[in-house]
Design a protein around this ligand. Structure first.
Ligand code: MN
Length: 254
């Protein structure tokens, strides 16, 4: 099984090493292509206005100056002789839950895999405190990762779908188990804009992160993490809101 690894926190991110250790328990045919710099919050963006450059770090290992989506596109379209059987994206430093997943470079790299017809799984480690930098504890992901992944590999994957996995912010031995969930939603406005002044005297603004404040929808990814479970959510690329189709057609029928 040929596995492509990527990580929106960057080629050198700690979560990349966690993911590679996990993947090597599943296969020895491992390929890596990840953004050279952190791309968290890049969503599904594709670099169009300037070139992307590739740096080779060893056999089957590259970084890419672009986004997570660029990395997957380059790997499949150019760097790998054949497409992978599986794309693993992560392990992200921080949650990718509820509405937030549309901002996520981690989930978007998996989306790019799903678009290319490759089985794709995004993995994220939730953590409790802000400001931990490279010291985010990945213990839950390290201990449970392969247990979560193995059954997914035996499942048939419908086209244009992917799996979003989040590990809770608790020590591995306190994890209660694995829960299959649906995508939840947050109910706060998107505030937390930090204002400052740069060394040259110009004001700047910096988007901060919220703690998890949310509505605990039943069976949601957010609720599972809150309850101490690993959340496994099947996602689809079709964003159509079926329930509105008839009403909207009615609006234009007159
Ligand atoms: Mn990230």
């Amino acid at each position: 099984m040929r596995i492509l690894l990527t990580n929106d926190d960057g080629y050198h991110a700690p979560g990349m090493a966690v993911l590679e250790a996990m993947a090597r328990q599943l296969s020895d045919d491992i390929w890596v292509c990840a953004p050279a710099e952190e791309q968290s919050g890049a969503g599904h963006s594709l670099t169009l206005s300037h070139p992307v450059r590739i740096r080779r770090h060893g056999e089957r290992r590259w970084s890419c100056t672009g986004t997570p989506t660029d990395s997957v596109m380059m790997a499949i379209g150019r760097l790998m002789p054949e497409p992978p059987d599986l794309i693993l994206s992560g392990v992200n430093r921080g949650a990718n839950l509820g509405d937030d997943i549309t901002y996520s470079g981690t989930v978007s790299a998996a989306i790019e895999g799903a678009l290319a017809g490759v089985r794709a799984i995004a993995l994220s480690q939730v953590y409790a405190r802000e400001g931990m930098g490279d010291n985010v504890p990945f213990g839950a992901a390290e201990a449970w990762g392969v247990r979560v992944l193995r059954p997914l590999l035996d499942m048939e994957t419908p086209p244009r779908t992917l799996i979003n996995v989040n590990f809770p912010a608790i020590p591995a031995e306190e994890v209660k188990g694995i829960r299959v969930t649906r995508q939840g939603f947050h109910d706060y406005g998107r505030g937390s804009i930090v204002e400052g002044v740069d060394p040259r005297g110009y004001p700047y603004f910096w988007f901060g992160l919220h703690g998890i404040e949310h509505s605990l929808g039943h069976d949601s990814d957010l609720e599972a993490i809150d309850d101490g479970y690993i959340s496994v959510t099947p996602l689809q690329l079709d964003l159509t809101h079926d329930a509105s189709l008839a009403a909207l057609r009615g609006v234009y029928a007159g």
